[in-house]
Design a protein around this ligand. Structure first.
Ligand code: ADP
Ligand code: MG
Length: 581
C-alpha cells in the first residue's frame, strides 16, 4: 500500500506557484497588482528576454515595514484580508497572500522596500541555497522587486516558455489591462533596454486608450456615462465602422480589476447586432462598479474570472448601456477617400475637351441631380418626421440601377438601394411583430418546395419561429416542405424565393444561441430576400418613397446584417481631394 505523507512546504509552494504563475506575464501581473494596491503613482517595469531572464518592478507605493518584509514572502501572508468574511468584500486586487511566496519559490528573488515615513528600509535576498539574507536598504521610498531566472527549479515550465517576443506580448497585455483600469498611474514598460510603453498619468481612460491603441481607435470612441445605481457601467465603445476580426479589443473591468466573461462579450455583441457584419467584433472598454459583496473574485486561480451574484442584472446593464449609447449616434459611415488623388496620366497637352467643354444644351438640373436624372424635377415630399431626420437632404438620382446619390449640406450621400430597402423592411416587420399586427397572406394552394433532406430538416426545426414571422411551413415528407403563408410586407418577391433564402442562411451559419437572436436573424434574411436588388430599375416615385421611409427608420445607416446602407462623401474631403483647401 502506498504511504501517505504530508508534503514539505517548498513542494506545497511550487504546486501553488504552478497554478498562479504560468509564465513571466503572470509575475508582471501579480507584482503590478501589488504596486497598485500599495497606492503607487508611478510603476516602472523592466524585462529581459521576455521576462525569462529578468522582471524588475519598481514602485513609489506605501512600502513594507522592514520588520514585516520576511513575512510578506511567507505563503498566505497578506495585509489585505483578516477574516473569511473579508473574502466576500474584497476591495484590493490581491487578497490571497500567495504571489510573493510563489514567485520567490521559483526564481532568484530580491525585494527592497522602504515605507515613505522610514529613513531606512530593508532588502531581502533569497540565496541559491534557499537562505534568506536581510540587510538595511536606503533606496527611494516604495518597493523594488527583481525576479531573475524564473522557473530555474521547474525545468518543465521553463521548457514551455515561448520566444522572448511572444512572452513580451503576453506581459505587455498584462500591463495594458492594469493600465486601462488605472489611468492616473504613470506606468512604463521596457524590454531589453527599449521602451515598449511610457504611459504618463492620464486624465481619462479615453486618453490612455489612445496611448495604448492609437488615435484611430481613440477618435472612434463614444463615452458611456454611468447612471446612478448600485450597479454602474461606464467606459467607451467604438463606432461600428471600427470593428475587428476578433474580440481582443473588448475589455471588461469590475471595481478596477480586469476580468474575462463570455456572457458580457455576448451582451456587447448583442448591443451591436445589426450594426456590424456577422463574424466581425465591436471594440469596447467597459468598467463596472458594483458593491464588493455583489461579486465573488475568488473563483479562479489567476483571478481572471469573477462571479456576479446577479449575472443577469450585469448582462442587461451592459447590453442596454451600450445599445442606448449607440442609438444616440448618427452612424453614417464616412467613405474612405483615397489617401492620394488618382495620379494623372503622363502629362500630355490638355485636350480641347477640357479647355472648351463641348457645348451640350444646358439643362436645368434639380438641386441634387446627377448626370442621369430623369428629366422631370421633383419637389421634396413634405412629410412629417417623428424623429428629426439626421441630415436634411435634397431629392436623389439612381446610378447603375444600384445606388442612389443625394446631396446634403455636409456633402454627398451614396445609398445602396438594396441595403436600405432591406433595413426598412426589417424594421417594418419588426415593428408590426412587436405590435402583434403582422399581416399574413395565406396561399390558396400550399406551395410544395422540394429540398435535400438535411435542408428540409433544418427548416422544419425552426418552423415555429418562421410561423411567428408569417412564413408557415409544414412537413410533406420525402424532403418536401409545404409553404402555406407569407408576410404581406414581403410580397414583392415570390414567397418560395424567400424560403429558399432562409434555407441557404440556415445551412451556412452557426446557430445564434438565443431565440430572440434566431428570430432577428431569420427576419433579417427574409427582409434581405424580399428587398429590391442591385440591378432593379426604380421609378422616381419608388426612389422618393424609399427615401421618405429612410428618414422614418430608427437606424437607417446599416442593413440588418451590419453592412452600411449609406456612405457620406463629405464636402470637406471632396474639397481636400480636389486641392481646393
Ligand atoms: P496579496 O497581494 O494577496 O496580499 P502578495 O503575496 O502579493 O499577497 O503580497 C503579500 C503582502 O506583501 C501584501 O499583502 C502587501 O502587504 C505586501 N506587498 C507586496 N507587494 C507590495 C508592494 N509593492 N508595496 C507594498 N506592499 C507590498
Ligand atoms: Mg498580491
Amino acid at each position: 500500500m502506498p504511504e501517505i505523507l504530508q508534503l514539505p512546504p517548498d513542494v506545497v509552494n511550487k504546486i501553488a506557484a504552478g497554478e498562479v504563475i504560468e509564465r513571466p506575464s503572470s509575475v508582471v501581473k501579480e507584482l503590478l497588482e501589488n504596486s497598485i494596491d500599495a497606492g503607487s503613482r508611478r510603476i516602472d517595469i523592466e524585462l529581459e528576454q521576455g521576462g525569462a531572464e529578468l522582471i524588475r518592478v519598481v514602485d513609489d507605493g506605501c512600502g513594507i515595514d522592514p520588520e514585516q518584509l520576511a513575512l510578506a514572502l511567507q505563503p498566505h501572508a497578506t495585509s489585505k484580508l483578516r477574516t473569511a468574511d473579508d473574502l466576500f468584500n474584497v476591495a484590493t486586487l490581491g487578497f490571497r497572500g500567495e504571489a510573493l511566496a510563489s514567485i520567490a519559490g521559483i526564481s532568484r528573488f530580491i525585494i527592497q522596500s522602504r515605507p515613505r515615513d522610514h529613513d531606512m528600509g530593508a532588502e531581502l535576498r533569497l540565496e541559491a541555497d534557499d537562505r534568506r539574507v536581510q540587510r538595511p536598504w536606503a533606496g527611494a521610498a516604495g518597493t523594488r522587486i527583481e525576479v531573475r531566472n524564473l522557473f530555474h527549479n521547474i525545468p518543465v515550465r521553463k521548457k514551455f516558455l515561448k520566444s522572448p517576443a511572444a512572452e513580451l506580448g503576453q506581459a505587455s497585455e498584462a500591463v495594458t489591462r492594469v493600465a486601462l483600469a488605472h489611468a492616473a498611474v504613470h506606468i512604463t514598460l521596457r524590454h531589453n533596454g527599449r521602451t515598449v510603453h511610457d504611459l504618463p498619468p492620464c486624465g481619462s481612460t479615453r486618453e490612455r486608450i489612445g496611448l495604448l491603441f492609437g488615435p484611430e481607435i481613440r477618435d472612434a470612441l463614444h463615452d458611456i456615462e454611468p447612471v446612478p445605481g448600485t450597479h454602474r457601467v461606464s467606459g467607451c465603445v467604438a463606432d461600428p465602422a471600427c470593428d475587428r476580426g476578433n474580440n481582443r479589443l473588448q475589455y471588461f473591468f469590475v471595481n478596477g480589476r480586469w476580468f474575462r466573461d463570455r456572457s458580457l462579450q455576448f451582451a456587447l455583441a448583442d448591443a451591436y447586432r445589426n450594426l456590424i457584419m456577422s463574424g466581425r467584433h465591436p471594440v469596447g472598454f467597459l468598467f463596472l462598479e458594483v458593491p464588493t459583496d455583489e461579486v465573488d473574485v475568488n473563483i479562479h486561480p489567476t483571478k481572471a474570472e469573477v462571479k456576479f451574484r446577479a449575472p443577469q442584472v450585469v448582462f442587461s446593464l451592459v447590453r442596454s448601456a451600450v445599445k442606448d449609447r449607440l442609438q444616440r449616434q448618427n452612424f453614417v459611415p464616412k467613405a474612405a477617400m483615397p489617401a492620394r488623388p488618382i495620379a494623372p496620366p503622363e502629362m500630355a497637352p490638355l485636350p480641347n475637351l477640357f479647355v472648351q467643354p463641348r457645348a451640350a444644351p444646358p439643362v436645368q438640373m434639380p438641386a441634387a441631380a446627377g448626370p442621369s436624372t430623369p428629366a422631370q424635377p421633383r419637389e421634396p415630399a413634405a412629410i412629417e418626421h417623428p424623429i428629426a431626420p439626421p441630415i436634411a437632404a435634397a431629392p436623389a438620382v439612381q446610378m447603375h440601377d444600384a445606388y442612389l446619390i443625394q446631396e446634403t449640406p455636409e456633402g454627398m450621400l451614396v445609398i445602396d438601394q438594396h441595403a436600405l430597402h432591406e433595413r426598412i423592411l426589417f424594421e417594418q416587420m419588426r415593428r408590426r411583430l412587436a405590435g402583434g399586427r403582422l399581416d399574413v397572406q395565406r396561399l390558396l394552394v400550399p406551395d410544395p418546395v422540394e429540398l435535400p433532406a438535411v435542408q428540409a430538416a433544418a427548416v422544419l426545426e425552426v418552423a415555429a419561429e418562421l410561423a411567428e414571422l408569417g412564413l408557415e411551413v409544414s412537413d410533406f415528407g420525402g424532403g418536401t416542405v409545404l409553404l402555406s403563408s407569407y408576410p404581406v410586407l414581403l410580397g414583392r418577391r415570390p414567397p418560395r424565393e424567400i424560403l429558399l433564402g432562409v434555407v441557404d442562411e440556415l445551412m451556412s451559419k452557426d446557430r445564434t444561441p438565443s431565440r430572440e437572436g434566431l428570430l432577428d436573424h431569420l427576419l433579417a434574411t427574409m427582409a434581405c430576400k424580399a428587398a429590391v436588388k442591385a440591378g432593379d430599375r426604380l421609378s422616381p416615385e419608388e426612389i422618393q418613397h424609399l427615401l421618405e421611409l429612410r428618414d422614418l427608420a430608427e437606424e437607417s445607416h446599416h442593413c440588418p446584417h451590419g453592412r452600411p446602407t449609406t456612405l457620406l462623401f463629405s464636402r470637406q474631403d471632396l474639397d481636400r481631394q480636389f486641392r481646393r483647401t
